[in-house]
Structure formats: structure tokens, C-alpha cells
Design a protein around this ligand. Structure first.
Ligand SMILES: Cc1cc2nc3c(=O)[nH]c(=O)nc-3n(C[C@H](O)[C@H](O)[C@H](O)COP(=O)(O)OP(=O)(O)OC[C@H]3O[C@@H](n4cnc5c(N)ncnc54)[C@H](O)[C@@H]3O)c2cc1C
Length: 454
């Protein structure tokens, strides 16, 4: 487990089920006070909760592990904790699929798959989210040829607002009279409570990770080659400096050469988390030191190469709490957008400790995927959890929206349904499916009103 949270967010797991209790997300910037919390263990129990909520005139939603920065998971009616809906239902190695219950954390799925010689093909940076939570907001990593987590979904089981349990899949995309598979893979929890997810999986594979510092100008001048020549390329730029850390992950025939335990502890636990946490706290009190610290960090994170099971290379621990905004922009606009973001730092008196993360994915066909219909690049910005974010996030957001950027559904943004209808060609179709399936907004909350309309 990579961060100290569990399915259901913090601290729903220690809130008594059934009684009113507080809930807050991992970052601590979203809270909820639902009328009741329930932890169903089967799809039938979820359906009973949905019917009961309807009888009581309450909204109802299920949370994942609370790792979204937006108030997407919250409900002031009934909050379903996924902690008892975590089983691996079936693995079909021949078909290359695995079916897991919605609340299964990714780290459990990854370990179980590896034990069976299987793996997800691509992942994001962490593995503590639940399978439903990760896919419902379009969680992604970086990939030249491989898209985000929801693009690997082969089928879904959902409980609809009327309590029906339905399934949809690539082979049978229509259910309840609507194109459920297209709409519900990235469904924001707006169409139903997902009770199980079937993923396409691949034979387990090794990734060789090559991490090395490069200067901003080197990275920008080679961006096309770096993203074309590597299966998974990403980089971090340290604001107020010219330093970048690049990461190239490519499949390897082996042998596995994991990081020695001491090196993993030093780099990934001590420097990237413990020391970084201290420098963030120090920077919060003395912002003037941040440019120096960032320049040092860009140099301190030296080159390293290692080869390990794919999920151990894709993911790493993130214990320093932060707030985040991330936008997907057309891949072709990436260099220009990055140059504009960098120039903001010359005009503003900011002191930002967190590196800016840049990733890419190919276009896909999931209606509300940030990569729908276009090759995409992602730019993610962060601030320490207790630092103000408004001006920084707002100014960067203006750059992103000028090129038709699409905000990550789980990361902070200020976009509304009108804007989103303009950048998602299938936004209207999604809203129509929602109208058909949930006319009473049983699964509604304020965030969905913001991004989908009333
Ligand atoms: C440290 C950190 C690192 C991150 N790294 C990445 C990254 O690399 N790439 C990336 O794209 N994102 C990343 N994220 C964002 C994160 O992956 C998403 O916000 C994801 O949705 C969180 O999953 P969760 O299980 O915590 O779900 P939650 O945040 O709890 O819920 C997300 C949404 O899914 C809905 N939901 C959950 N379960 C169900 C269900 N059973 N049925 C219907 N709806 C459901 C919720 O209601 C809510 O709308 C990161 C976040 C953090 C805090």
C-alpha cells in the first residue's frame, strides 16, 4: 500500500457505518457530511441501498479511496463505502480479462494479476485508488500507444437509479436502451453505482526505467523524439529552474534488475517524500528559498536505470499531501502551451515547490475521456496542501482553456457544463444518457451539476 488511505477515503473507514459521519478526501480539501454511510458487500446490497435512498428521497453515491481533488465523490444523502466490495471475481487468462469488484484497490489487483502472470498494460502514478474510482474519472498514465485506465475496461456491471443491475461490454455496448458502454467507462458515477469492472489484461511484463535529468531546452527541442521513441515518456519541470527530470519506461526482455532496497528507500521514500515534505513546509514559511531548493532538487535527482514488474515501475509512493490541477491539451499544442506556462513564472511573483508533470496518451473513444478523439498531452500542476492555489491554478487554467483544454475530472478546475460541452463532442450524448437513466438525479451532487448541468 502506497499511501495511508483505504477504500472509502479518509476517514470513512473509521466512521461507524449507518450513522452520520464526516468524510474527507486524501488532500483534505473536500469534506462531506452524508445522512448515512453504508458498506454493501454485493451488487444486490448496493441495489437495495439505491432503492432505500429513493424511498427516503436521498441522493446516493459510492466513493473510491478519496483520491480526487474535486468534490466528485461526495453525497449529502447516502455515501456508499466500497470497503466490502473488493473481491476478484474471475480471471480468464485465455481471454485476457479479469473481473473485479468496484472497490478493489489497484495495488491488490496488481499483485493478484502478477501472481497469475498477468498485468494491466498501463497505469497512472499511484496504485491506491479503487478500480471504479480510478476509471470513473479517467485516471491515466503516460503512453505512446496505450491510453488511460478506462480505455482498458472491457465490461462493467452497474446498479441503475431504479435499482436494476445491468451489464455492458465491448460486445454488448447497449443496456437499458442506451449506449451505456461508451458513456459509463468514464461515467463520473453519474449513471449508476459500478459494482464490477472487467479489464483487458496482458501477460506480465518487465519495464526498464531510465530516469535522467535534462535541461528544459533539451527536453523541449527533443519532445517529439522522446515521446515517439519511448513507450512511456514523461517529464517533470522544476519551476524557477531550467532543470527537468525525464522518465523513459520501455518493455524489457529482462532480467529484472529492481532498485536495491536502500536506493528505493533513499530516492522514493526519503528524498521524494520525507525530505520533500520538509522542504515544502520550509518553503511555505520561507518562500524565497524555493527557487534554490528547486534548482538543487533538479540536480540531486540523478540518473538511474532499473528493470522491474510493470506496475512497480509505473507507480510510486506519494505521501506529501498536495492539491492538483491537470489539463489535457491537443498533443500538437504541447510545446507552445509549455512555453506559455514557463513564461508565466517570469511575470508572476510565485514560489512553487512542486514540479510540473507532463505526460501523453493517444486519442480514444470513451465519451468523457480527456483524450476523446484526439492525441493528448497532460500538464499537471500542484501546490502543497496548505498553500494557496487560486492564482496559480487560475492563470495556468486560462492557458489551457485557450487551446480547448479538458480538465481531469478528479483534479481541481473551474469549468462548467457550457465550457465542457464545447470541448467534449459527446458531452450532449452523455447528458442525454444521464437524463434517460437518472431523471431524478439520484446520483446527483453539486459537482455533477457544475460539469453536466442540472
Ligand atoms: C497522490 C495522487 C496521485 C494521483 N495520480 C494520478 C495519475 O497519475 N493519473 C491520473 O489520471 N490521476 C491521478 N490522481 C487522481 C486520481 O487517480 C483520481 O482522482 C481517481 O478518481 C481517484 O480514485 P479513487 O478510488 O480515490 O476515487 P474517488 O476519488 O473516491 O472517486 C472518484 C469518482 O468515482 C466515483 N466512484 C467511485 N466508486 C464508484 C462506484 N463504485 N460506482 C460509481 N462511481 C464511483 C466517485 O463517486 C467519484 O465521482 C492522483 C490523485 C492523487 C491524490
Amino acid at each position: 500500500m502506497q499511501s495511508n488511505s483505504s477504500p472509502g477515503g479518509r476517514p470513512a473507514s473509521n466512521s461507524p457505518v449507518g450513522r452520520p459521519a464526516g468524510w474527507h478526501n486524501w488532500a483534505g480539501n473536500v469534506t462531506a457530511s452524508p445522512r448515512r454511510i453504508a458498506a454493501p458487500a454485493t451488487a444486490e446490497e448496493v441495489a437495495a441501498e439505491v432503492r432505500r435512498a429513493a424511498e427516503d428521497g436521498l441522493t446516493i453515491r459510492m466513493t473510491g479511496s478519496g483520491h480526487s481533488f474535486t468534490p466528485t465523490a461526495v453525497s449529502d444523502g447516502v455515501l456508499l463505502n466500497p470497503g466490502r466490495l473488493t473481491a476478484i471475481r474471475s480471471v480468464d487468462a485465455a481471454a485476457g480479462t479479469v473481473t473485479v469488484e468496484a472497490g478493489c484497490p489497484l495495488h491488490v489487483l496488481n499483485a493478484e494479476l502478477l501472481a497469475r502472470g498477468l498485468s494491466l498494460a498501463n497505469m497512472g502514478d499511484i496504485q491506491v485508488q479503487t478500480v471504479a474510482g480510478a476509471t470513473q474519472t479517467g485516471t491515466h498514465g503516460t503512453g505512446r500507444d496505450l491510453g488511460g485506465m478506462a480505455a482498458q475496461v472491457a465490461g462493467l456491471e452497474l446498479v441503475l437509479a431504479d435499482g436494476r443491475i445491468v451489464t455492458c461490454s465491448a460486445q454488448n455496448p447497449t443496456a437499458a436502451g442506451v449506449s451505456l458502454f461508451d458513456a459509463a467507462r468514464v461515467g463520473l458515477g453519474a449513471l449508476g453505482v459500478v459494482t464490477a469492472v472487467t479489464f483487458n489484461v496482458v501477460p506480465a511484463f518487465l519495464l526498464e526505467a531510465r530516469e535522467e535529468p535534462m535541461s528544459w531546452s533539451q527536453v523541449i527541442s527533443q519532445l517529439d523524439e522522446l515521446t515517439a521513441d519511448n513507450e512511456h515518456f514523461e517529464f517533470y519541470w522544476f519551476p524557477h529552474s531550467e532543470g527537468c527530470l525525464t522518465k523513459r519506461n520501455n518493455r524489457s526482455d529482462g532480467p529484472a534488475r529492481p532498485l536495491p532496497r536502500w536506493r528505493y528507500w533513499l530516492d522514493d521514500e526519503f528524498l521524494s517524500n520525507s525530505v520533500f515534505n520538509l522542504t515544502c513546509q520550509l518553503g511555505r514559511r520561507m518562500p524565497s528559498i524555493i527557487p534554490t531548493v528547486n534548482s538543487m532538487a533538479a540536480k540531486a535527482l540523478g540518473s538511474r536505470t532499473y528493470t522491474d514488474a510493470a506496475y512497480k515501475v509505473f507507480t510510486s509512493p506519494r505521501r506529501v499531501r498536495f492539491k492538483e490541477e491537470e489539463y489535457a491539451v491537443p498533443r500538437a499544442a504541447l510545446s507552445d502551451v509549455l512555453a506559455e506556462v514557463k513564461s508565466l513564472f517570469q511575470r508572476r511573483d510565485w514560489r512553487i515547490s512542486f514540479p510540473i508533470e507532463v505526460r501523453v496518451t493517444p486519442g480514444d473513444d470513451l465519451w468523457l475521456s480527456t483524450a476523446y478523439g484526439r492525441d493528448s498531452a497532460y500538464i499537471a500542476i500542484h501546490v502543497f496542501h496548505s498553500s494557496p492555489h487560486e492564482e496559480y491554478f487560475g492563470d495556468v487554467e486560462s492557458i489551457m482553456t485557450a487551446v480547448g483544454g479538458r480538465p481531469h475530472w478528479g483534479k481541481m478546475h473551474t469549468r462548467d457544463a457550457d465550457y465542457l460541452a464545447g470541448v467534449y463532442p459527446k458531452h450532449g450524448d452523455f447528458v442525454a444518457v444521464r437524463d434517460a437513466l437518472d431523471p431524478d438525479r439520484r446520483f446527483g451532487n453539486a459537482y455533477l451539476t457544475q460539469v453536466l448541468g442540472a
